[in-house]
Design a protein around this ligand. Structure first.
Ligand code: AMP
Length: 419
């Protein structure tokens, strides 16, 4: 039979990468809880309606990247491509709209049918936050600060990261700007890529973040969005910039930062790295004041971000941490029950230990070494009768062995375990 493989764009995350994922999630959770966010775990499968229309038909995610299928009852199902729409759905399903604000954090796999390449997968992992019910630049600054401090706490080249910031303004600013952009790009219609020609009809803002070189040149000369901001939108953004300055969080104003999803308004931001090549975005987010209403709820503002755990994990420089493990080596069948009881006792004491399951003493030592154990406990009938255990280091040339009573064992092993 042909060897079974993971699907294109998916992979088994293990060893160093898996450890890095865990480390990122652990640190991100610590910070998110410090900022008052609560964990929410929404389902990986949702009905199509959660994403279609709500995220905007012109977004790539909805337009061409969603994994969707009919389940056995013929209902249209989607593997979630992102975390915001499911959380807004949960806010409505759980009837939390009367208990605002709500601050959530989440982490888990997302699915997008994209062309796989380095740093871009079809199943990838995100950790993110959403804050619903506050429409103040102060919370935008706080959200960005949370992202900044999480990234700073990870063992990655922090100096390779830049925070890019932009504002799309409110609905009025956005539609004025869209109209002007449409007129501008219309004059270059035939020079634009096919993708951008389509976007000219659906969402001309998106031409600004085109990856096509010719589009980029044309977009570079496009009118700037700041001229179209209403007075309120301008004030909102000025306050945000001021708060970030107070927090000493450096940022670069990037007018082309419109982000992929259609629901963004006001603040958009992205942390990009120079250390990863083309897939340089490691964390992105923004304000989405229209989304809750769009999904059938009241007019509730929101802001959030998501970070790409896969990309961050590939930047982490930590050496793989290994714990020092203890191997139990019973000699003879009569020692097995004693060894099993001891194994249980040690684990209750949170000491990392392994049983060597079968074979001669030397085979068991080999097994223990392969498992990365640093110390062996040799348990023979004679020792059991005397209430002692032989303890020996593994892998060292010189046989370093001593006898110890079971009473003193745990104290000694705890020292070894944390060393
Ligand atoms: P988005 O939900 O598109 O705003 O993405 C937020 C973050 O998720 C990005 O900055 C990336 O780090 C990460 N990300 C998005 N799509 C992928 C993908 N296909 N593979 C790996 N990471 C991704």
């Amino acid at each position: 039979m042909k060897q079974l493989q993971p699907l294109r764009g998916t992979r088994d995350v293990w060893e160093r990468e898996a450890k890095n994922h865990q480390e990122i999630i652990k640190k991100a959770i610590e910070h998110a809880e410090l900022y008052g966010y609560n964990y929410i775990d929404t389902p990986i499968i949702e009905s199509l309606g959660v994403f279609q229309k709500t995220l905007g038909e012109t977004s790539d995610v909805v337009g061409k990247e969603m994994y969707q299928f009919l389940d056995r009852s013929g209902d249209p199902i989607v593997l979630r491509p992102e975390g915001t729409a499911p959380i807004v759905r949960a806010l409505l399903s759980l009837k939390l709209t009367q208990k605002l604000p709500q601050k959530f954090y989440y982490h888990g796999p997302m699915f997008r049918y994209e062309r796989p390449q380095k740093g871009r997968y079809r199943q990838f992992y995100q950790m993110g936050i959403e804050c619903l019910g506050i429409d103040e630049p102060l919370i935008d600054a706080e959200c960005i600060a949370l992202a900044y401090y999480i990234l700073k706490d990870l063992s990655l080249p922090f100096s390779s990261l830049t925070l890019h910031l932009n504002t799309l303004g409110d609905q009025e600013s956005r539609s004025n700007y869209k109209r002007t952009l449409k007129e501008y790009f219309e004059t270059y219609r035939h020079e634009l890529s096919l993708e951008s020609q389509k976007r000219l009809e659906t969402n001309p803002l998106r031409i600004l973040d085109s990856k096509n070189e010719r589009d980029k040149l044309i977009a570079a000369e496009a009118p700037s969005g700041s001229a179209f901001l209403t007075k309120e939108s301008s004030l909102f953004f000025d306050s945000l910039c001021q708060f970030l300055n107070i927090l000493e969080i450096p940022f670069t104003l990037t007018p082309s930062l419109v982000r992929g999803l259609d629901y963004y308004c006001h603040t958009t931001f992205e942390f990009r790295t120079t250390a990863l090549g083309a897939q340089d975005a490691v964390l992105g987010g923004g304000r989405y004041n229209g989304l809750v209403k769009n999904m059938g709820g009241p007019d509730i503002p929101g802001i959030g971000w998501a970070m790409g755990i896969d990309r961050l994990a590939s930047l982490i420089e930590n050496p793989l941490k290994t714990v020092s493990k203890i191997a139990l080596i019973p000699i003879g069948d009569n020692s097995i029950s004693y060894a099993l009881t001891l194994l249980n006792k040690l684990r209750k004491e949170k000491i990392h230990c392994e049983m060597t399951y079968r074979g001669t003493v030397s085979k068991r030592f080999d097994y223990a070494e392969k498992q990365g154990c640093s110390t062996a406990l040799i348990i023979g009938e004679e020792e059991i009768n005397q209430g002692t255990i032989r303890i020996r280091s593994i892998g060292e040339k010189q046989k370093n062995e001593k006898e110890i009573t079971e009473k003193d064992l745990i104290t000694l092993l705890k020292k070894i375990d944390i060393s």
